[in-house]
Write a protein that binds this ligand. Structure first.
Ligand code: SF4
Length: 692
């Protein structure tokens, strides 16, 4: 009977970094979709998911019908006279190889830019990284971590030696104080948020710091409605109080840290009274929050892009690390610093070297010994691997606009909707001599490409994702590739072979074996071992090593924890008479990122249209009522969308998501970046709202 569930395939969710496990239910369905092919018809909870148990959020449970959506790319596309025409793989690969070869011969490797993908597997990303460095000859490789946690990678690496979440998700239940700052956890990491809500329900104090009263903020013990951009002032004031009131852990500071004097000097004047008008939080509330955090036995901090997407993003992260180092709330059960990674495999894409300054495992490209190691393994001369860090995504686009970058390979990313000031992104991509997009749908970015190569979804390939707690988990193939689509790792291998530098790697398990050989933190990871024993948290140094759920237990990755004296800077763009409101952007529960996947599922029926959240007081001042269509504009552009009035947003601030191309808010956001991490200030810019 074709409609019976024929089998279940255990795999890992392709949406957020929580990394929930579930079973894909696969049936034979002759005559529907792909004739005679098997089809994913649903999701069943995996009762033993290491992170989620049997829980799933609405995206994991009901957001997977994109796999069989009619818009799936089935054959390679080549643009001829402004229109896409289908072609064969042989022709498409030969065409890309010919164009890339010509550009490499004329302009060298650094004429290329490559974007890897937080949606792709570790094995895919590893080979995208190898393709960029060993085949094209450039370190110009980056991915969307530049837009979310580049500041975490920079800030936590400087403080602790590792830019990753320090504790496992299960430690939420072991904390006796929870501080959540700049994270709409209930919508962005719903199953993880459930664990925070359960802890609150058991009586664990939880302070949420956010300009909006999110669901988590409403449930928390205290909600501190911070002014957008006030984070660093508040964090420094918390450190000031902890030092001034003698609440710091002196034994920990002396034994395990360095640079305390630098911090002391930096926060000496950061009194709660100084921070209060900047952060919009009363001095006594700041004092009380500092006391509760410092006096807790086991305290954990959680944060996301409210902290990182600022021009002071890496300093914000260092200021959070300062709090943990001051109090010793690090390296223990229930005590740590937890950046919640956004996409399902953004941690893994970083681990696999989809960054311009490091090979896999954060091994610097500037280290000759590291270059020699990778060159040997990849069968190229050390001199063929570029010595200097390459361009970030923003720098690639700038170089494309100026004409020095000639070609880009963009795998599973959609910068036309996701990057700030996106009209400039379109201009830059249109300048390229050759743009190749690898994707599952003809995204807004792929539409600008010269060649589009159809990729598989997570349900059609083998591999691994690494979730936010550094757990490497299996992705398992449930169905055959749709149409002629191919997994990213194989597309990279095909392109490499066509360019004369074949990879000689048979399958994703062999790719992981190469990763393990070259990447110490993944040294003990293999598909076979994960299949047998379950997911592994890195560092996992050898086949016998058990993995490391908790970092920095006896020593920090860098040796001693490092304090940093960092100073408040206001947002780059101040409000004024022309643009009197602050625009902040984020996510919704029912959609994901640029909507490429989630808007091709039943979730679109539930949440078909975006709106602008606005405080009733601000709306009254603009003469608006709930449901009015408004023009939201900044110095960079304007979009139209309906307004929804809510008391849950701070007066003077408006909010919308970046999921909807029809209301593409990144046309409006600002391209100013953090000078260290090069992450844009997506969370704050000045805007105006008018009735359409
Ligand atoms: Fe997927 Fe994240 Fe939802 Fe879990 S919480 S089901 S990983 S989107």
């Amino acid at each position: 009977r074709p409609w019976d569930v024929r089998r279940k395939v255990r795999t890992t969710c392709p949406y957020c970094g929580t990394g929930c496990n579930f079973d894909l239910e696969v049936v034979g369905r002759p005559g529907a979709g792909e004739p005679g092919r098997e089809e994913v018809i649903g999701v069943a909870s995996a009762s033993d998911g290491p992170v989620n148990g049997r829980h799933l959020c609405v995206k994991g449970r009901f957001g997977l019908s994109f796999i069989h959506h009619p818009d799936r790319l089935r054959r390679p596309l080549v643009k001829k006279e402004g229109r896409f025409v289908e072609t064969s793989w042989e022709e498409a690969i030969a065409l890309v190889a010919e164009r890339f070869q010509a550009i490499r011969a004329d302009h060298g490797g650094d004429a290329f830019g490559v974007l890897a993908s937080a949606k792709a597997t570790n094995e895919d990303n590893y080979l995208i990284n190898r393709f960029a460095r060993a085949v094209l000859g450039t370190n110009n490789i980056d991915h969307c971590a530049r837009l979310c946690h580049a500041s975490t990678v920079a800030g936590l690496a400087a403080a602790f030696g590792s830019g990753a979440m320090t504790n496992p998700i299960g430690d939420i239940a072991k904390s006796d104080f929870l501080l959540v700052i700049g994270s709409n956890t209930t919508e962005s990491h719903p199953v993880l948020a459930q664990k925070l809500l359960q802890a609150i329900g058991r009586g664990t104090p939880c302070v949420v710091i956010d300009p909006r009263q999110t669901e988590l903020a409403a449930a928390a013990t205290n909600h501190l409605a911070i002014r957008p951009g006030g984070d660093l002032a508040l964090l420094n004031a918390l450190a000031h109080v902890i030092i001034a009131e003698g609440l710091s852990n002196q034994a920990f500071i002396e034994e395990r840290t360095e640079g305390f004097a630098e911090l002391q000097a930096a926060v000496a004047d950061c009194t709660p009274e100084w921070a209060a008008p900047i952060a919009g939080i009363a001095p006594e509330v700041i004092r009380e929050t500092a006391r509760r955090y410092a006096k807790a036995e086991r305290a954990s901090i959680f944060y996301t892009m409210g902290i990182t997407q600022k021009r002071t993003g890496s300093h914000n992260v260092m200021a959070i690390a300062n709090l943990a180092l001051l109090t010793g709330h690090i390296g223990k059960e229930g005590s740590g610093v937890n950046p919640l990674r956004g996409q399902n495999n953004v941690q893994g894409a970083c681990d696999m070297g989809a960054l311009p300054n490091v090979f896999p495992g954060y091994q610097p490209v500037t280290d000759p010994a590291v270059r020699a190691k990778f060159a040997g393994a990849w069968g190229v001369a050390s001199a063929d691997l570029a010595e200097q860090p390459g361009f970030t995504v923003g720098e690639m686009l700038e170089a494309a606009r100026s004409g020095s970058l000639k070609a880009m390979l963009i795998v599973g990313e959609n910068p036309v909707l996701s990057d700030p000031d996106s009209s400039h992104v379109v201009e830059a991509l249109q300048q390229l001599e050759c743009l190749v997009a690898v994707d599952i749908f003809l995204s807004e970015t792929a539409q600008l490409a010269h060649v589009v190569l159809p990729a598989c979804t997570f349900a059609e390939k083998e591999g691994t994702f690494t979730n936010t707690e550094r757990r490497v988990q299996r992705v398992r193939q449930a169905i055959e590739p749709i149409g002629e689509s191919r997994p990213d790792w194989r597309i990279m291998a095909d392109l490499a072979a066509a360019l004369g530098r074949p990879f000689d790697l048979e399958d994703p398990a062999a790719v992981m074996a190469e990763i393990a050989r070259l990447t110490p933190s993944y040294g003990g990871v293999s598909h076979e071992r994960i299949d047998r024993d379950g997911g592994l948290c890195w560092p996992c140094l050898s086949p016998e090593h058990p993995g490391t759920p908790r970092l920095h237990v006896d020593r920090f990755t860098r040796g001693k924890g490092r304090f940093h004296g960092v100073h408040y800077l206001p947002p780059a763009e101040a409000t004024d008479g022309d643009y009197p409101l602050v625009l902040s952007t984020g996510r919704r529960l029912f959609h994901y990122h640029t909507g490429t996947m989630s808007r091709r599922t039943g979730l679109e029926t539930i949440y078909p249209e975006e709106h602008l959240e606005m405080h009733p007081g601000d709306a009254a001042a603009c003469g608006l009522v709930d449901g009015d269509w408004v023009c939201l504009s900044t110095r960079r552009g304007a979009i139209a969308l309906p307004v929804r009035l809510t008391e849950s947003i701070l007066a003077g601030t408006v909010f919308t998501s970046f999921h909807f191309a029809e209301a593409a808010v990144n046309k409006l956001t600002i391209g100013v970046v953090d000078p260290v991490a090069k992450i844009p200030e997506l969370k704050v810019c000045a805007c105006r709202v008018e009735r359409v």
